[in-house]
Design a binder for this molecule. Structure first.
Ligand code: GLC
Ligand code: CA
Length: 550
């Protein structure tokens, strides 16, 4: 099938279902709630939804531990509710993509239960290894969430590999039967009308033969052994040839530690791509090292370097996926922006990425400038990774420091319920919310921003509308100016006779700036900005401007 590239004109909205909107009052976000909000999502200018996992799951990793790939969890409303949402989205010309989590399954999955009993054909569905005579683990790899990457199974009397939580057992993708299962899952959802997949840590699915010890990387042992493993391209090609190529769908692969050069092995449109886009992590690492828990002061230079590397690195060959937030990172205003200048910086951060080349994703709550959650007690955290970090890392630090590590590093910082209005529980639920609502909901919520022209929400609407109207944002080249500035990010996009200049200040003070050579603002129009009283040569705190020539 000739692949259409509809995703290139779109903006996606990411729903993390537990915290989006509760429709039945049981305290848990669900598809009834999503259905109520489809028009809201559409009103942002978003034309697609990426759902974080909706499948039945014990919930150890909030749905990323799947126990049945062919169903929708009861707590989210079951299959009937999903079909209603899918139809409702399609009626509104919106696409729907699902999360495909096949590096691992829940240990509650039927396959795992049978595999541990050595019931055929499931015996080799997972990565099992016997105990070593010297009592050592099968290899020295770490889990990314908790401890070592191996857990002992009493039933089978062997170790199984888990790169994430203990209850997330890694599948043995080298087994052709497992790959057939994956294809079955893909066809099932595509045949139902789903428009594509976001593929969870899919670059981890091919482990090197013999599972050798990692002797290089101390930060998280193993990742450079199994990331982009030996058969990754082959397996992705198989999924593409046997399934994706037969449907009008898109694929987006989550890819930690990837460079544009490596990404192009998979997404180069000029050379048999096996995927459409990749989720890189480098733009999330401007205030941390490898993991959000290794927090550092924000460096604009680092951020700009990452953005430009991807804009330039894929130019003419591959398509960027653009994002500033998702369910795995704390809120961007609290990281790269400023809570003091919350409204200004939320708008500026939106402009900084929405005018780049690629397909933008907006994570629930980002569009109203939601901030991090700062609980006073570490026991309130829910996330499996956060809990392990608290118990096991930096344990010699004073209690306040340990708590702050979680504030700035935990994924829970961005997983509090969406703040819909200023009523009880921020209008998220009429019941008792499954998780804590951020205390600032009376000040920050959708209802109060709906009819305010100057709100973050309406700014997102304007910015998304503009990016869709301007062919230079879709197609133009990218040039960065003032590269060495640690305060300003300035770039232009140009296509045919149309050109925009995007100016973003990441500073909490007034900053002088000079219009780059070759731009004459006299002939331009200021089409977007976050101050009404701006002065030409001075940028106010977190000011942003977009100038247009046509
Ligand atoms: C991905 C998901 C994350 C999940 C992990 C394990 O990184 O985005 O939320 O915990 O994979 O599935
Ligand atoms: Ca519910």
């Amino acid at each position: 099938m000739d692949k259409k590239q509809w995703y290139k004109d779109m903006v996606f909205y990411q729903i993390w279902p537990r915290s989006f909107k509760d429709g039945n009052g049981d305290g848990m976000g669900d598809l009834l709630g999503v259905y109520e909000k489809l028009d809201y999502i559409k009103s942002l200018g978003c034309d697609g939804i990426w759902f974080s996992p909706l499948y039945p799951s014990p919930g150890v990793d909030c749905g990323y531990d799947i126990s049945d790939y062919m169903d929708i969890a009861e707590e989210f409303g079951g299959m009937e509710a999903f079909k209603k949402v899918l139809d409702g989205a399609h009626e509104r010309n919106m696409k729907v993509i699902m999360d495909l989590v096949v590096n691992h399954t829940s240990t509650e999955h039927e396959w795992f239960k049978k595999s541990r009993e050595r019931i055929e054909p499931y015996t080799d569905y997972y990565i099992w290894r016997p105990a070593k005579p010297n009592g050592k683990l099968p290899n020295n790899w770490d889990s990314l969430f908790e401890g070592k990457a191996w857990a002992w199974d009493e039933v089978r009397q062997e170790y199984y590999m888990h790169l994430f939580a203990v209850q997330q057992a890694d599948l043995n993708m080298d087994n052709p039967l497992v790959r057939e299962e994956v294809k079955k899952i893909l066809r099932y959802w595509l045949d139902m009308g789903v428009d594509g997949f976001r593929e969870d840590v899919v670059t981890f699915i091919s482990k090197p033969e013999g599972l050798p010890d990692d002797r290089i990387m101390p930060a998280s042992k193993g990742i450079n052994m199994y990331n982009h493993g030996p058969h990754l391209h082959e397996y992705l090609e198989e999924f593409n040839n046997d399934v994706f190529s037969k449907y009008d769908c898109m694929t987006l692969a989550e890819a930690p530690m990837v460079s544009p050069k490596v990404a192009l092995k998979y997404i180069d449109e000029t050379n048999n791509p096996v995927l459409d886009m990749m989720i890189q992590f480098s733009t999330q690492e401007a205030d941390c090292f490898f993991s959000d828990f290794r927090h550092m002061p924000f460096s604009l230079r680092k951020y700009k370097k990452a953005l430009s590397k991807w804009q330039n690195g894929l130019e003419g060959k591959g398509w960027n996926m653009l994002y500033i937030e998702n369910h795995d990172h704390p809120r961007i205003v609290s990281r790269y922006g400023s809570e003091k200048f919350r409204v200004e910086s939320a708008k500026m951060l939106a402009v900084a990425y929405l005018f780049l080349k690629g397909t933008p994703f907006v994570y629930q709550g980002q569009e109203i400038g939601m901030t991090n959650w700062y609980p006073s007690d570490p026991s309130l955290y829910e996330d499996v990774q956060t809990r392990w970090q608290y118990e096991n890392v930096a344990t010699n630090k004073p209690p306040q420091k340990r708590l702050e590590r979680l504030w700035y590093g935990s994924r829970d910082s961005a997983r509090t319920p969406v703040q819909w209005d200023d009523s009880n529980n921020a209008g998220f639920t009429t019941g008792t919310p499954w998780f804590f609502v951020n205390d600032n909901y009376k000040e920050i919520n959708v209802a109060s921003q709906q009819n305010d022209d100057n709100s973050v929400l309406n700014f997102y609407r304007k910015a998304i509308k503009l990016r869709k109207e301007l062919s230079c944002v879709r197609n133009g080249n990218y040039v960065e100016y003032n590269k060495n500035s640690s305060k300003l990010y300035i770039y232009s996009r140009e296509y045919k006779n149309q050109k925009v200049l995007v100016v973003c200040s990441f500073s909490g003070k007034n900053e002088h700036w000079k219009v780059p050579n070759g731009f004459d603002l006299n002939n331009s129009e200021l089409i977007l900005g976050n101050y009404s009283n701006s002065e030409l040569n001075v940028l106010k705190p977190y000011e942003t401007r977009v100038y247009l020539w046509k």
